[in-house]
Design a protein around this ligand. Structure first.
Ligand SMILES: *Cc1c(COP(=O)(O)O)cnc(C)c1O
Length: 379
């Protein structure tokens, strides 16, 4: 019997303590018990967002709150600049377009990050403040690139556009100082670093973004954030919430708090380095350079001699990794290492990769390199 190892960049593995909460009996979502629970998690989640802004919780996929991040703040015809380095950046722009925004896409090659120079050049040229919104993806899950949001935000300076960040595969694993950096809207979802099953979307809203809401003419109903905020004041949701996931969220927030966000962020960086050095030591190629490598997902190029790498890992070891999306299909595998994951999980992947390469002279080399990095960090 082979143990299942889910190493895709979401859904991620869920701790047993959290899973157990999903089995609790249903309660009235308009009753006292739910009210207390919902008010508690809506407050506590701000710690992960590093914000004092409102954070609203919707029963939805991540894409739902991306849609909310467009529909609530803009009007048809608004000029939105979308900085893209992969599939998820492209999706954000598609949503904005479908709501009638005038979207200007600024793209860099897959595998590369958005640079502060690119942002600065575009934004400083907008003399009449035509740009109403700026879209970033913090962690481009399709390529394994981490954009430096702090730097990119600084490059915008005091331009009045709303700054919106998709942090779906990074929040809770990578530093994102919503208030300190001045990010108006941050979206995330449950099935990545939050160590929960899919089904909850989270969106933080700054005061400036609330002002934009008042002038927004795009249509909205289910994802109307003001509706959600008014209900939240009473400890409720406008429509029936995902009660089981709210129980689970309470538990996962407790785990994050107990571990400490700082420590979690450090450990993700460390494990990413462990994996990368292991991969290099066995001669496999990383798709992204160290400098802007994601702490939560690593793309490894599929070698000529092992075209079936993804299947091999699945069939021989029951390790599930993701394939490449779009034009990276059959070119890379993507290994998720976010949320409920530890050093020995990474060692298992490296060891399996050593055997996938199949050169006995390399056996142990990846694991050795990985142990060296991990040991350096202090046990
Ligand atoms: C996973 C992911 C999404 C989409 O989330 P869904 O829940 O599948 O809608 C969006 N953006 C990024 C960066 C992601 O990693």
């Amino acid at each position: 019997m082979k143990k299942s190892r889910l190493r895709v960049p979401g859904p991620t593995e869920v701790p047993e303590k959290v899973l157990n909460k999903m089995a609790l009996p249903m309660i009235n979502h308009r009753g006292e018990q739910f009210r207390n629970l919902f008010l508690k998690v809506s407050e506590e989640i701000k710690y992960v967002f590093q914000t004092n802004n409102d954070v609203l919780i919707f029963p939805s996929a991540g894409t739902g709150v991306m849609e909310a991040a467009i529909a609530n703040f803009f009007s048809p015809g608004d000029h939105i600049v979308s900085f893209q380095c992969g599939v998820f950046g492209e999706r954000f722009a598609e949503i904005a377009e479908s709501y009638g925004a005038k979207v200007e896409a600024i793209k860099v090659d897959y595998g590369k990050p958005i640079t502060k120079e690119i942002v600065k050049e575009r934004i400083s040229n907008d003399k009449n403040n035509k740009i109403k919104g700026i879209l970033f993806t913090q962690n481009e899950t399709s390529t394994g690139v981490l954009n430096n949001i702090k730097e990119l935000r600084e490059a915008i300076g005091n331009h009045p556009a709303l700054v919106i960040v998709d942090a779906i595969s990074s929040l809770g694993a990578v530093e994102l100082k919503t208030d300190e950096w001045g990010i108006d809207v941050v979206v995330s979802s449950s099935q990545k670093a939050f160590m929960l099953p899919p089904g909850l979307g989270f969106i933080s809203v700054s005061e400036k973004a609330w002002n934009a809401y008042e002038n927004s003419k795009m249509p909205k109903y289910y994802f109307d954030i003001k509706n959600a905020k008014n209900s939240l004041k009473k400890g409720e949701t406008p429509y029936t919430p995902f009660v089981s996931l709210i129980y689970a969220l309470e538990e996962s927030l407790k785990i994050i708090k107990d571990e400490g966000l700082e420590n979690i962020i450090k450990e993700h960086k460390r494990l990413s380095k462990v994996l990368r050095e292991g991969v290099k030591a066995i001669g496999l190629k990383l798709f992204v350079e160290d400098e802007y490598a994601s702490p939560t997902v690593t793309a490894v190029e599929i070698p000529e001699e092992r075209k079936d790498l993804q299947k091999f890992l699945k069939n021989k070891f029951n390790i599930t990794v993701a394939g490449g999306q779009d034009r990276l299909k059959d070119k890379i595998i993507r290994i998720g290492h976010l949320g409920y994951v530890d050093f020995l999980d990474i060692i298992a992947v490296i060891s399996a990769l050593e055997m996938a390469v199949g050169d006995e002279r390399l056996f142990g080399k990846g694991v050795k390199a990985a142990e060296k990095i991990y040991f350096e960090g202090g046990l």
